[in-house]
Design a protein around this ligand. Structure first.
Ligand SMILES: [Zn+2]
Ligand SMILES: [Zn+2]
Length: 90
């Protein structure tokens, strides 16, 4: 019998304790594939353009963090704001 694990109930705590591998196993995808965010330590960190390993740098930014992604090979560099407080105020 085939159990669809993505239909089970997971608490946020359980989801936070997943890894890239278990996340993909359960849900078939990981957010690192769609956004350049790497919620888990074992997310593959590859450059979209040249597939080489990228460098991540975390910097403090406002109340959150800014993640800088650099590809040493093709020189691509961009920022991702990891500020967890979004849409506050107004
Ligand atoms: Zn991932
Ligand atoms: Zn590259």
């Amino acid at each position: 019998m085939n159990i669809d694990k993505s239909q089970l109930n997971y608490s946020w705590q359980e989801i936070a304790n997943l890894t890239h591998e278990t996340q993909v196993d359960i849900f078939g995808w990981c957010s690192c594939e769609e956004q350049k965010q790497f919620p888990y330590d074992d997310c593959p960190r590859k450059c979209d353009d040249c597939e080489s390993e990228i460098t991540l740098t975390l910097e403090a930014y406002g109340n959150g963090q800014l993640m800088r992604i650099d590809c040493p090979k093709c020189g691509v560099s961009y920022d991702t704001n990891l500020d967890p407080i979004e849409g506050e105020g107004n």
